[in-house]
Design a protein around this ligand. Structure first.
Ligand code: ZN
Length: 433
């Protein structure tokens, strides 16, 4: 088994917890003393650094939200002066102001180290050619993976997003062995390659995908692996944590969250109580070593669970399961909670259905109305209306069973729904317009 830093990655649990407690205590004292934002918030919550006497006492600390970053735009939460910053990233806000993240040199080092461990844990290293097809620039994906891949001694092919045909030529000519991009972009690449007469499975050296920046289901993972002949690894992060941070190992059973860098809680979204290993709830993350933009108990809005058992790969750090939805992506349809990921999961289990779909929510009179537009797979696409009607009925039936709410289904031709080079935008909610 190959590790980037075996001393940390195999460290016994009790030692890891002692280390986390030390880091937390130092962090809380530092922020109480030097950050007006955290000082004020801890006073509001009536908690003092002296109240933190164990790792569990983290529950006494206040939460932090994305809106705190927007309200303090651009840099009022930063705890490093501009002299000490070596980079900014900016994430585009779909609503309101964007959020700005600053990095000290130590922040960049920790980010890169996290990815170096993760990429090594999925079997990559010197000799690999890693095509980075995440966007470069203000978005964290491109540069994050770029530095991580260089750190492990792999050769980086920094294609960024777009110009897909050229990407496929370069993938072949420079023998890319791994690609980092969104899962929906990889599916798009697979389709473009086939139109060019190239099979990614047979005509390239690609054997791994480092896929993230949007939610994707386990069934989509199976589909990608089967179709393209690669292992598809989940990578997780957001700009507020630094960027893409945590990656699945070869066991492919959730991504390892490095305990020296982060402390994860999973809380019941209703009661705020911590949930036991294996139960799904809201992820709350504390970054233990960030300097420029500290994050204590950040409510990231993602739904998942922690797997606490030591991983078959030997790493002692806890694993978080694939994200199964977002607290704020949740659609409420006639009073029932529906996650787009549930729809994806149900659709991916139907062989006659393609990889792309769109959800349109509208209100007819007083009632919510949900339409799911689904591409039929090229093999199942037929001119016979009766065949298509059968598929339509099947899709409707599966969706109703999985969501507990009636759904209208519209089948569309393969290739007719919009494709996305960044994050897929699958939901159109007309109710709010
Ligand atoms: Zn593992």
């Amino acid at each position: 088994m190959h590790y980037w830093d075996p001393r940390i990655e195999e460290m016994p649990r009790d030692e890891l917890r002692k280390m986390q407690y030390r880091l937390l205590k130092t962090l809380v004292y530092r922020l109480y003393s030097f950050s007006p934002f955290y000082h004020e918030r801890m006073r509001e919550w009536k908690v003092h650094p002296d109240d933190i006497c164990s790792l569990e006492d983290i529950r006494k600390l206040p939460f932090m939200y994305k809106r705190d970053l927007r309200d303090n735009y651009p840099d009022r939460i930063f705890t490093a002066s501009q002299d000490d910053l070596v980079r900014y990233h900016v994430s585009s806000g779909t609503t309101g102001k964007p959020t700005v993240v600053g990095y000290t040199q130590a922040d960049l080092n920790n980010w890169t180290t996290s990815l170096a461990r993760g990429l090594t844990s999925c079997g990559l290293g010197r000799g690999d050619v890693i095509q980075v097809s995440y966007g470069y620039g203000l978005f964290t994906g491109g540069l994050g993976l770029h530095y991580g891949a260089e750190r492990i001694g792999a050769t980086v092919l920094p294609t960024s997003v777009g110009n897909t045909e050229r990407q496929i030529e370069l993938m072949q000519d420079l023998h890319a062995t791994a690609i980092a991009c969104t899962p929906s972009y990889l599916l798009h690449m697979g389709e473009v390659a086939e139109k060019m007469g190239v099979s990614i499975r047979n005509d390239t050296q690609l054997r791994a995908g480092i896929l993230g920046a949007e939610p994707w289901s386990a069934t989509m993972k199976d589909r990608i692996e089967e179709w393209l002949g690669i292992r598809a690894y989940d990578i997780y992060g957001t700009s507020e944590l630094s960027g893409p941070m945590f990656c699945e190992c070869t066991a492919q059973k959730g991504f390892h969250v490095w305990s020296d860098l982060a402390y994860v809680e999973v809380l019941d979204p209703e009661t705020g109580e911590p949930l036991p290993s294996g139960e799904k709830g809201e992820l709350v993350i504390t970054m233990l070593q960030k300097e420029a933009l500290p994050m204590i108990r950040y409510k990231i809005g993602d739904i998942s669970s922690i797997e606490d058992e030591v991983c078959p790969c030997g790493r002692t750090h806890p694993r978080v399961q694939r994200i199964s939805g977002r607290v704020d992506d949740m659609l409420i349809i006639r009073g029932i909670n529906v996650f787009p990921s549930q729809i994806e999961h149900a659709l991916m289990n139907i062989p006659q259905v393609g990889d792309h779909f769109q959800i349109v929510v509208d209100r007819k009179g007083a009632l919510d109305d949900m339409l799911v537009r689904v591409e039929v797979s090229p093999e199942a696409f037929s001119d016979k209306i009766t065949d298509l009607m059968k598929i339509g009925k099947l899709v409707e039936h599966r969706l109703r069973n999985s969501l507990n709410v009636a759904v209208n289904v519209e089948l569309v031709e393969p290739g007719s729904l919009p494709r996305f080079e960044g994050k897929a935008k699958r939901v159109i909610d007309r109710r709010s317009l």
